[in-house]
Design a protein around this ligand. Structure first.
Ligand code: IPM
Ligand code: MG
Length: 360
């Protein structure tokens, strides 16, 4: 079996962490009898430097021609990088939003789990950390505020900026179905997070999701207001299994859910459409401050590659093997700087990749 993998190395730490994921993929594919053929795709700042835009039509076509896309990270330091002197629609992030829309990647899966080995790095109370947690956020990714009509106008010397938050029932239903399908493979619990005490769009989310829930009698379904959810995530994260939410709430809560695991450098993500195709990327950003120093944590990208094997290529055994290798290397006490703790051995980006690939 041969699969076509688009590879977006991107900006900042992107190229370094993707190198390690490719190393691990090559180790595992050999063992499990499949081949991966990689095609580099430019996106973000590096695409701006080459072509003047963060995403070209050729890049979109190359992504569409792939079975899955593995991505590092895009963007730079907004305070210093020249990319941020461009108008918003030409900046690196616009490329990411555009590829999500072009490929119809409406469901963004962001798992957040506390590894036993990393309990020491968890910023929550010891009691909470000891309980552990293992959740997945299903964030709607192609609708809502980030894709609504927006403009800034000046009327009689007063500037007004408008962003529009709109969802239709089709967009909500397909995201909800993804969340319930995933819950069926996990602990069968879905929490819809919204602001239904204020927003019409949230009230539609409740109506449509409640209807979807009727088709999943085995799933325990509940709703929670987003402000409360932000609090519950630090108070009692063990209560969550699958969190379903709209685009902006998911953006915010997924960073919070990542941080409580100790490091955002640990968390993978998958963005899926209604085919097998997916875009896989670490939850963290491009970290320009440590780019090129060989110190970034490649584990989130390696686990994103593992998700790619599972969700897009149906290579579950190979995916399990990567997840187990990551756990074993952590158990053996190897850590990158972001998750370093007493008594462990500090390793660089490439050493971490070598260690994980070496377990396969
Ligand atoms: C993310 C990022 C992006 C988003 C930005 C870079 C546009 O924060 O993937 O969470 O908000 O979706
Ligand atoms: Mg974000």
């Amino acid at each position: 079996m041969e699969y076509k993998i688009g590879v977006i190395r991107g900006d900042g730490i992107g190229p370094e962490i993707v190198n390690e994921a490719v190393k691990v993929l090559d180790a595992v594919s050999g063992k499990y009898g499949f081949t991966l053929k990689y095609t580099d795709i430019d996106m973000g700042g590096c695409s701006i430097d080459k072509y003047g835009v963060p995403l070209t039509d050729e890049a979109i076509d190359a992504a569409k021609a792939s079975d899955a896309v593995l991505m590092g990270s895009i963007g730079g330091d907004a305070k210093t990088s020249s990319w941020y002197k461009l108008e918003p629609s030409k900046r690196p992030e616009a490329g990411l939003l555009a590829i999500r829309k072009e490929l119809n990647l409406f469901a963004n899966l962001r798992p957040s789990m506390l590894y036993d080995e990393l309990k020491g790095a968890c910023p929550l109370s010891e009691v909470t950390a000891d309980k552990g947690f293992d959740m997945i956020i299903v964030r709607e990714l192609t609708g809502g505020l980030y894709f609504g009509e927006r403009y800034t106008k000046n009327s009689h010397g007063i500037e007004t900026a408008v962003d529009t938050l709109s969802y239709d029932e089709v967009e909500i239903r397909r995201a909800a179905i993804k969340a319930f399908d995933i819950a069926m493979k996990r602990n069968r619990k879905v929490t819809l997070v919204d602001k239904a005490n204020v927003l019409d769009s949230s009230r539609l989310w409740r109506k449509v999701t409640a209807k979807v829930a009727e088709s999943y009698p085995d799933v325990d379904y509940d709703t929670m207001l987003v402000d409360n959810a932000a609090m519950q995530l630090v108070k009692d994260p063990a209560q969550f299994d699958v969190i379903l939410t709209e685009n902006m709430f998911g953006d915010i809560l997924s960073d919070e859910a990542a941080m409580i695991t100790g490091s955002i450098g640990m968390l993978p993500s998958a963005s899926l459409n209604d085919t097998k195709f997916g875009l896989y990327e670490p939850s963290g950003g491009s970290a320009p401050d440590i780019a090129g120093k060989n110190v970034a944590n490649p584990i989130a990208t390696i686990l994103s590659a593992s998700m790619m094997l599972r969700y897009s290529l149906d290579q579950d055994e190979a995916s399990d093997a990567i997840d187990a290798a990551v756990k074993q290397v952590l158990k053996d006490g190897y850590r990158t700087g972001d998750i370093m703790s007493d008594g462990c051995t500090k390793v660089n980006t490439d050493e971490m990749g070598n260690l994980i690939a070496g377990k396969l």
